[in-house]
Design a protein around this ligand. Sequence first.
Ligand code: ZN
Ligand code: ZN
Ligand code: FE
Length: 747
Amino acid sequence: MIRAHIEIQGIVQGVGFRPFIHKLVKEYGLRGYIKNTSSGVEMELEGLEAELKDFIAAVPEKAPRLALIENIKTEFSDELKNYKDFEILKSSTEELRDTLISPDICICDDCLRELRDKNDRRYNYPFINCTNCGPRFTIIKDVPYDRAKTSMSDFPMCPDCHREYHQIENRRYHAQPDCCPECGPKVFFLDGEGNEVAGEPIETAREYLKAGKIVAVKGLGGIHLACRCDDEKITKTLRHRKQRDEKPFALMCRDIESARKICYVSGEEEKILAGFRRPIVLLRKREKGLSYLSENDYVGIMLPYTPLHYLLLGDDIDMLIMTSANLSDTPIMYKNEEALENLHGIADGFLLHNRDIQTRCDDSLCWVLNGSEYFARRSRGYVPFPIKADGVKEQILACGAEQKASFCLSKENYVFQSQHIGDLKNAETLENYESQIRHFKRLFDIKPSCIACDMHPDYMSTEYGAEKSGELQIPLVKVQHHHAHMCSCMADNGLSEKVIGLIWDGTGYGTDGTAWGGECLAGDYAGFKRIGSIREISLPGGDKAAKEIYRTGISLLRESGCPYDGFKNSKLIDNMLSAGFNCPKSSGMGRLFDGAAAILGIKTEASYEGQGAVLLEAAAGEDEGIYPVEFYGRAPVRFDWRPMIRHLYKEKADGTDVSVLASRFLNTLIKMGTELCKTARDETGINTVVLSGGSFQNMYIMQRLPKLLKSEGFEVYCHRRVSCNDEGISLGQLMVAQAAIFKKKEI
Ligand code: ZN
Ligand code: ZN
Ligand code: FE
């Protein structure tokens, strides 16, 4: 016999870890105790040496899938304490354990097997779930998390379900949403007019879909519009009805093999695509075709994640378009009545059910980079799983940015980032933002002692932060947009030392009141220096130039001394620029992309944000040419894009292929970024680079820039747990606020 003292660090509370240990301890015939600590759990166990060692090896291997084990420390001893039994001890951090809430996770293999088993009592039951799978976050009304405080409160358990729920060895032990056809929710199908259609609802929906109709399908975090993707005409109808002209659609594929028919899927991509969080993964299309689904090289693919999805696709529907049901930037629809009212004339039928969604949660969207998620949108499957950020002691609310709003709340080394919220300029979205902040505060029992927000005076999130800080009489920390981006990437990678931040995005409010966005900063959570940027770009018409990107094209050409009379409105814009009338200046990288896309004739008017940049990336080929990279000035040193624009213009006029020009443009920026980092290193001695900002949602750049930086001896970090775009900003804001509080306390 031997005794072991085991400490496990990571996120192991509130993820079903203790029942798991309880079962495992019994299996190995061990005795002792387990208790929660501030950093994880602590166990003391006695038993036979071989058994104990096998147990320790089995813990990380068999742990519940949401558990995040960072470290296991074990000490053995011969001095026995002769424990009689195994006990779960109460501890001071009990409260925190109760506040961790699982994200919604996809149906597990065991449940899928039962779903398909004719002899199982849950055969073909679309709400099958267990301890390891099913809805969580989206059905919770309040805490503590138990059935009565979820959407399942309307469905009392039948005796069979009740029995399973109470058996510790059952895989439905304490599974709050557990149910069966006897006691659980039901699906129903309505036609386009909202009249219930007799017959088997899922079968009817399948018939509608096969016949080329558009069906609204209620999922986990909201309602989708589904239709066939193999017929351009149907897609056109959907675009027309949804007023979504060019934005790509995501697809749901039956399995990996179906996905492979239209995309390349690497081993790393497969792991995340088929993983239990089931995000939409942006995969490279096999052919340049399918442009009616996505106009760029990637198409968003997800696998089914609820039992309902599996039943809907069956074994004969290979893939479907699955797009969020929302209209012009409003939040995703999630209520039955709302869908019936607002999708009238859009959906030909409705596959709904009577289990309410409490909280909207859009599908997550990511690329796979270096084997992990690289988010464009972090939402379902990930939220509200916290980010561990050691050193965050205060309870802080960080309000995020504007267009890709999210917020963060912190508590005891954990940061809870919200799901994707959307554009706060929209009234309904703002309302959802505010109600989600209230919901998160209640769920995680957080009473902020400080609020962080952007410096932009016109962001709705800034206004909200200022108002709340006044109301609650707590400090407001205003964080510069690109500093927040930098700190977000630092926290994402657990860094606290000083870094160089290469931050490229569309726009952010600078400390001097101008619009920034092509920035090279140096600093840490406590502050930053602006080392480099790009030459400012005049934007004729201001905000208008972000849509009518030919305006920026004209501005770049004019400034570089190139002709521009071929463009629409060139005379008018020329006049605006000469008079300096309504031509705000910006150093935003996104604007440089816009202008270049227009100059190359790739796109002159954008129908969605960042379209110019997306299409420019799609146009790029393999050419390795680079245009001259010239700088001028100091603090910040500025990249002079004029020589590059002159080359672009000339080569375009000479008839060089657009794919070559697009590559050369991107190569030049990659070289420029690397040069700026070298300047920053020379000035500060810092050798670590973090990359953040929406312009890094560009895989051409992400596959080349980190490599080039590494070849120059830099240590390079990219985002992996939060989005690189403005959705990730709230995390950085929170870290800056924590540093500000810390500094104050020191003095
Ligand atoms: Zn399951
Ligand atoms: Zn039941
Ligand atoms: Fe930004």
